[in-house]
Design a protein around this ligand. Structure first.
Ligand SMILES: O=P(O)(O)OC[C@H]1O[C@H](OP(=O)(O)OP(=O)(O)O)[C@H](O)[C@@H]1O
Ligand code: HPA
Ligand SMILES: [Mg+2]
Length: 190
């Protein structure tokens, strides 16, 4: 890990997605979204806190290079708590601040793992009468999916291992790491 100096590097078994990969992919995703939404006056980006905080900030800035203008909203939901598997129960910790009826919504997610969070969220947003809802997710674990969810824009398909960094946590730690990596087993066996 010598090429990645950082506080957490000794806890990381291997890098899954580097900072450079994230930057390049975010730009590519923003270009795709801009092309598909060329006719839209604006879009409403809905960040799924806390995990998507880093991706939202970088994706929104990338999108502003290509258009359309984006408004930013934040929801906080949680199903993992302190653990490494989904409880299956999605809890709203913070709801949207305003009405999304008639808006073209793009959900910004860090990861689609079992799909339970997103499946629940898409139903919720549709019940709030958005004009359209698409999803952009930086990461997806194709082998872990339990409920099928339509994810139009995906950054990286990754193996079914627990990853941290760039917003993703283990027991609230590692969100501040700039890249995505697999934790060493001894960290969660401690
Ligand atoms: O596809 P799934 O199996 O539902 O997993 C994906 C969700 O799980 C994580 O959130 P978490 O519940 O850990 O909350 P957090 O973002 O605050 O860490 C992650 O940020 C996604 O929102
Ligand atoms: O692999 C993961 N890491 C951290 N949080 C998560 N939430 C779903 N999957 C993951
Ligand atoms: Mg989490």
């Amino acid at each position: 890990m010598a090429d990645l100096p950082g506080w957490y590097d000794n806890d990381i078994d291997r890098v899954i997605v580097s900072e450079d990969d994230i930057r390049a992919k975010t730009d590519e995703l923003a270009k795709q979204v801009a092309a598909d939404y060329a006719q839209a006056d604006s879009v409403l980006l809905v960040c799924v806190l806390k995990g998507a905080v880093m991706f939202m900030a970088d994706f929104a800035r990338a999108l502003s290079r290509y258009g359309p203008p984006a408004e930013l909203e934040f929801m906080a939901v949680s199903s993992y708590g302190q653990g490494m598997t989904s409880s299956g129960v999605v809890r709203i910790l913070k709801d949207l601040d305003r009405d999304i009826a008639g808006k073209r919504v793009i959900v910004v997610e860090d990861i689609v793992d079992s799909g339970l969070t997103l499946s629940w969220l898409l139903k919720y947003l549709e019940s709030r009468s958005a004009a359209s809802v698409d999803v952009v997710a930086l990461l997806r674990k194709p082998d872990a999916i339990k409920v099928p969810v339509p994810v139009k824009y995906v950054g990286f398909d990754i193996p079914s291992e627990f990853v941290v960094g760039y917003g993703l946590d283990y027991a609230e730690r590692y969100r501040d790491m700039p890249y995505v990596g697999v934790l060493k087993p001894e960290v969660y066996q401690r």
